[in-house]
Design a protein around this ligand. Structure first.
Ligand code: ADP
Ligand code: MG
Length: 888
């Protein structure tokens, strides 16, 4: 048997092998030790002494809960089953690895979070990187190609549980390095890295991504193409929109690797994966990985919890499908005004029609996870209970469809048409299935009486066929004339005919005597024995027939897969829209007006998450005005804890909410559609990350400067804080200048560097804001109100005074401050930092007027008529000197 074990282990060396032995799954050797450590199993041993083999195990019915633990600990598991009946086996029972369970391929209901998607992804590097991803529990399969630099962001957007890479792909190296805590240039930088028990690295924690290396051939274009076409029963992949462009080739290579991996690990039907959907970034608001994280869209930074994230606030869905779709919307906000407005229109209608929204949500609450149900049906994993849940879901459709009839908004009208009642299928399932169905399909007891005649007869028989016995008895009484003749049953002899001794001579010759009692004899007849035979096998036959009927029903459902999938999509979307409407009503959100000009005008805006977390009514609303006539760059100053970070994040979150189709927490909002959101959160604001962060901060800043466009929204929080003050200020200054002159995008910059408030003196589009604070009875009161202008620069000194620092010190500090400030400005009263600027920028800027070079003004003012030639030459010399010294 250990030889059998070794063989199985050799076939899947990097998985924990769960070896079925009787009622237990056992692990041996290193696997056992690892399981003892990480799963809390007791370590025992097989054999004693020198031959001792470490062993650990658990009862077979706990398989699912242990699989969950194994996956959560970042490992994969190979399930090795007994594939023949031990009672019938000659010698050793045959065993086979029937499945390899990995983080990206789990489908067990008990392991998956119903409200979260679980993706398996594969990536191929190159100038154009290929990326494909699949959700095995629903069959959704997508692929696309991206410039190499975008790949990490795309991976972060999908957040797969597992990523496949070719073993020789350079990405493998960078992921490994990132996992070891070196500067994060890849998504794994923030996730730990697991490669299974035989790998050399730590297990992935919950929320982490497992990297799985695959042989290079699994990513070869030719074979990928062939494998996919064979799977989809098509001649090529053009039908799905994949040709032979380089981008398509890369996408297909990644998709092929996924299918290959699934075939190897699942060893079961993948029929539900019935198409490959091309993904393109066009039409999607791009958010890089760091911004996604910094804005806490789906998880908080510190605790990596869903609670406290934007998604947590937005999610008012009542069903799992809705919850997953909403997460998808949050990961992929739109950029097309028409599409966005359609969603707003639908939400608006649902907000106004309170009753409609309420009724829809009530109906949707009774809807089951149709997507995963259909996938289980298609792959043959469905239970009778799944089918009955499917029927109950279909039963909700007529009411939902009726509610949606004659709706104003286009989107709701479209969803109405998408809801196909599937009436025949529903009728069939309802007629066939009991109200409460079991999980087992082979134990019977789920088909209704009256659905199938033979089944009814078998059940009758199995229950002892009272009617048949009664009529047989009556018939025998008539035939023999023995009025007291009885048909009975006992364990030993089965069915018999009992005749008291008084009537013994009337017994017919064909009765066979079986047993003699004190005053009666018991007989059997061939007819009775034949009947008995049928009764005894009836139960078994009924179960078999039920299973056949179950398979028929399951196939009938599978045949309607396409229609059901479409219905499921409509139900999910409806749930999301109704959830957004519910939220909008509850939190008094407003419908944002979407425009194409790059502006933001949000009146009385609130932070969507903080306003929920803070005691009700205490959050102070603020206006956000940026872009167009308001200026493009807002520099926000104010003391620590004033509310700077809150304000700028609020702006980004509101824009994002608007672009997924949600209403926004404000009294009124005009939002110019944004193509990208960048959120750079300063180094010291995320100490918890515990790595050298200044490099990270600058890497991310570089990306912003390279990729932001005039349609982007940039929020910068305390940038430059990770280095010395002068370094920091200088960098921050130069970055703002660059954004101002080369990009011109809407930017909100929160900083505690007071010096930066001088930026507005030299850059026209820069505007100062600060957060109001009051001193009240020797205490600081944060008003959290954003007002125009720079913060009071001696703010720190105020605080020191309030804190009781001796008067002399305060006095001296004021003196020093004044002196520093003096050094800070040139004799024209302008900040020295601003003075020396690149000539090109200067010339460009002079077009705006006020910030032109002073020499120009002098030339303009010069009265040539009254200037002697020598004096003119002198002037010319002085100007030249001045300009030369400045450009040096
Ligand atoms: P800063 O970045 O200026 O140091 P934060 O934005 O981090 O300050 O805000 C500090 C705290 O102040 C927040 O955690 C929140 O509790 C509170 N706060 C911020 N803005 C508001 C507001 N508009 N209304 C009420 N409380 C706020
Ligand atoms: Mg802050």
């Amino acid at each position: 048997m250990m030889r059998q074990y070794m063989e199985a282990k050799r076939a899947c060396p990097d998985a924990l092998l769960l070896f079925r032995m009787g009622d237990f799954y056992e692990l041996f050797y290193e696997d056992a030790k690892l399981a003892a450590r990480t799963l809390g199993l007791a370590l025992t041993s097989r054999e004693k002494g020198a031959d001792a083999v470490p062993m650990a195990g658990f009862p077979h019915h706990q398989l699912e809960s242990y699989l969950a633990k194994i996956i959560a600990a970042g490992f994969r598991a190979a399930v090795c089953e007994q594939v023949e009946d031990p009672k019938l086996a000659k010698g050793l029972v045959r065993r086979e690895v029937t499945r390899i369970v990995t983080p990206g391929t789990v489908t067990e209901e008990g392991i998956l979070d119903p409200r979260e998607s679980n993706y398996l992804a594969a990536a191929v590097s190159g100038d154009l990187a290929g990326l494909a991803w699949v959700e095995l529990s629903t069959g959704r399969f997508m692929a696309g190609a991206f410039p190499a630099s975008q790949l990490p962001d795309q991976i972060a957007r999908i957040a797969p549980a597992e990523l496949l890479l070719a073993e020789d792909d350079p990405l493998v190296h960078s992921f490994k390095r990132a996992a070891l805590g070196q500067p994060a240039t890849t998504p794994a930088g923030e996730r730990a890295f697991g490669s299974g028990p035989s790998g050399n690295s730590a297990a992935a924690p919950p929320g982490g991504m497992m990297i799985t290396c695959r042989p290079a051939w699994a990513f070869a274009h030719q074979s990928a193409q062939k494998l996919l076409a064979k799977h989809f029963h098509t001649t090529g992949l053009e039908g799905f929109g994949f040709g032979d462009q380089p981008a398509d080739v890369q996408a297909i290579r990644a998709a092929g690797a996924i299918l290959d991996y699934l075939t190897e690990t699942q060893k079961s039907s993948l029929e539900h994966i019935d198409r490959l959907i091309p993904y393109s970034v066009a039409g999607t608001l791009q958010i890089d990985q760091a911004s996604r994280r910094g804005l806490e869209l789906t998880h908080t930074i510190r605790e990596h919890r869903r609670e406290g994230s934007l998604l947590w606030v937005l999610d008012c869905t009542v069903g799992a499908m809705g919850a997953r779709l909403l997460a998808d919307w949050v990961a992929n906000p739109l950029t097309d005004i028409t599409q966005i407005s359609q969603r707003h229109e639908a939400v608006a209608e649902l907000v106004e029609e309170t009753r409609l929204c309420f009724d829809l949500r009530e109906a949707l609450r009774r809807v089951y996870d149709l997507q995963r149900l259909v996938a289980r049906v298609t792959t043959g994993r469905a239970t009778p209970r799944d089918l009955s849940f499917l029927a109950r879901t279909l039963a909700q459709l007529p009411a939902i469809k009726a509610k949606l009839a004659a709706r104003r908004s286009q989107l709701l009208a479209r969803l109405e048409t998408q809801i196909d009642l599937c009436a025949e299928l529903r009728a069939r399932l309802e007629a066939a299935l009991e109200d409460d169905c079991p999980l087992q399909s082979r134990e019977g007891g789920f088909i209704r009486d009256g659905y199938h005649q033979t089944l009814d007869e078998l059940r009758q028989l199995a229950r002892g066929g009272k009617q048949w016995i009664a009529s047989y008895q009556a018939q025998q009484i008539q035939r023999t004339g023995i009025a007291t003749l009885k048909v009975g049953y006992n364990q030993v002899f089965g069915y018999y005919i009992e005749v008291t001794n008084t009537h013994r001579e009337k017994v017919p010759a064909d009765y066979i005597r079986k047993q003699t009692l004190k005053n009666a004899e018991r007989y059997i007849t061939p007819e009775l024995k034949q009947y008995e035979e049928r009764v005894l096998t009836a139960d078994q036959r009924a179960k078999e027939l039920e299973y056949e009927l179950f398979v028929e029903l399951r196939d009938a459902v599978a045949a309607q897969r396409t229609r059901l999938t479409q219905v499921a999509a409509a139900l999910a979307e409806l749930d999301v829209l109704a959830g957004l409407a519910e939220l909008a009503r509850r939190q008094r959100y407003c419908r944002p007006k979407m425009v194409s000009e790059p502006v933001l005008e949000i009146i009385d805006s609130r932070h969507p998450v903080l306003e929920v977390l803070e005691p009700q009514g205490t959050f102070v609303p603020n206006d956000i005005r940026c872009g167009g006539q308001h200026g493009t760059i807002m520099v926000i100053t104010g003391p620590n804890m004033a509310g700077k970070s809150t304000y700028i994040r609020q702006a980004a979150l509101i824009v994002l909410m608007a672009q997924i189709g949600s209403f926004v927490p404000a009294k009124q909002a005009t939002i110019g559609v944004v193509d990208r959101i960048f959120a750079r959160i300063g180094a010291s604001d995320e100490l918890s990350r515990g790595q050298s962060t200044f490099m990270v901060e600058m890497t991310e800043t570089a990306r912003i400067l390279h990729t932001a466009t005039a349609q982007s929204l940039v929020i910068l929080d305390e940038i430059g804080r990770g280095t010395s003050t002068y370094d920091g200020i200088s960098l921050a200054w130069a970055i703002v200048e660059y954004l101002h002159e080369h990009i011109g995008c809407r930017t909100l910059f929160a900083t505690h560097y007071h010096e930066l408030t001088d930026l507005h003196k030299s850059l026209e589009g820069v505007k100062n804001l600060n957060v109001a604070v009051r001193e009240w009875q020797d205490e600081l009161v944060f008003l959290h109100k954003i007002v125009d202008g720079a913060a009071d620069k001696s703010y720190g000194i105020h605080v020191a005074r309030l804190a009781g620092v001796p008067r002399e010190v305060i006095h001296r500090a004021r003196e020093i401050l004044a002196q520093l400030e003096q050094e800070h400005y040139d004799n024209q009263g302008r900040p020295k930092i601003a003075r020396k600027r690149p000539t090109a920028a200067m010339v460009q800027l002079s077009l705006f007027g006020p910030e032109e070079h002073p020499v120009l003004e002098e030339i303009r003012k010069l009265d040539l008529d009254s200037t002697a030639p020598l004096a003119a030459l002198e002037l010319l010399h002085r100007w030249q000197q001045q300009l030369r010294s400045e450009s040096r």
